[in-house]
Design a protein around this ligand. Structure first.
Ligand code: SF4
Length: 334
């Protein structure tokens, strides 16, 4: 695997005002409703939120893989190293997927092909993107297996011969085989046992740092964010409602929803008789609340909240929030 030179001033990924709905005869699922995301070269952004916040649909848009015909990108831009992904030709997309951007999926049991050996599956990606001979690709596949901690002799084995954690390591080897610039990890440890989760997470993080990749870490686990991310975007009802550095979000969180997420975390340093979950449920994406989508669950709701969608307010150079409680200057009405 090659080690890249990166310019930290450049953005690997920029998503601007992205709107994606799933439209059928029966309903319109408003999955993504104006998402803005920036990932700087070599950095990791954590995209955090509950199920139904639009995280995975946003990730699929980066690969231009939003499922058609229902999935419709209604507006916005996805720029990968300055190039528009949404206007790439099929050929350009094929080159981009795997070569520039690779994805590690939640469940390695379903993402690996059961009828091919793991060596074959890693080599296939190398052969397509690196235009090398089958023999050369298989040799590199074995090196990739060693890199993720699996003895190369196991390259002739099939996915069913591996444990869940080992399968996820194979998935990582496939994703990294062509040294992508951006790695998307969609809840990569959710399907694994707790002890294996920590090992897999450590492996992803070490490889990302060694090979200078940017990463989008999609998770609902704030512990994972604290361990691997530089910046954090909090997603709610298809919008980014708060964004900042790890310090901004963990030490100076502002949005009532973000505060709720942290309030719902078990804290071994604080003795509480019970967890404090956020009241209510994530809104139905076919019937989103008016104004601020969090207003039916918010303890600070004001008259203006159901009437108008709050604008994005910058509280500092790195920290922004979408909430009527704040003005651009970090002045709070709380
Ligand atoms: Fe709560 Fe209003 Fe802020 Fe929404 S805009 S989070 S309802 S205070």
């Amino acid at each position: 695997m090659e080690i890249k030179k990166i310019n930290e001033q450049e953005n690997t990924l920029e998503i601007k005002n992205l709107v994606i709905h799933y439209i059928s005869d029966e309903e319109v699922v408003k999955a993504v409703n104006g998402v803005n995301i920036i990932i700087k070269a070599g950095k990791t952004l954590g995209l955090v939120g509950e199920t139904g916040a639009g995280k995975t649909t946003t990730a699929l848009s980066i690969l231009n893989l939003v499922p058609e015909p229902q999935g419709k990108i209604l507006s916005g831009e996805v720029l990968l190293e300055g190039r528009s992904v949404l206007s790439m030709s099929e050929h350009e997309l094929e080159v981009m997927r795997g070569d520039k951007v690779a994805m590690i999926f939640q469940d390695p049991m379903t993402s690996l092909n059961p009828v091919h050996t793991v060596g074959h599956q890693i080599a296939e990606s190398i052969e397509i993107h690196r235009k090398v001979s089958k023999h050369q690709a298989l040799k590199q596949a074995k090196e990739m297996l060693e890199l993720v901690g699996i003895p190369s002799e196991r390259s002739n084995e099939y996915p069913y011969q591996f444990s869940g954690g080992m399968k996820q390591r194979v998935d990582i080897a496939i994703a990294l085989a062509c040294s992508p610039d951006l790695l998307i990890a969609d809840e990569p440890t959710t399907a694994l046992d707790v002890t294996i989760q920590a090992q897999v997470l450590k492996l992803i993080n070490e490889l990302r740092q060694t090979y200078h990749m940017s990463m989008l870490m999609i998770t609902h686990d704030l512990g994972i964010v604290a361990e691997v991310c530089d910046e954090v975007s909090i997603a709610y009802a298809g919008r980014i409602i708060e964004h900042g550095t790890l310090e901004d979000i963990f030490d100076h969180m502002r949005h009532p929803y973000t505060k709720g997420l942290f309030g719902a975390l078990p804290d071994i340093g604080v003795r509480r008789s019970e967890l404090m979950p956020i009241k209510g449920l994530m809104p139905d994406p076919t019937n989103l609340p008016s104004g601020c989508p969090f207003h039916p669950r918010c303890d600070y709701v004001m008259e203006v909240c159901p009437q108008s969608l709050p604008e994005n307010k910058w509280l500092s150079e790195t920290h922004c929030v979408e909430c009527h409680l704040y003005k651009d200057t970090n002045e709070s009405m709380l």
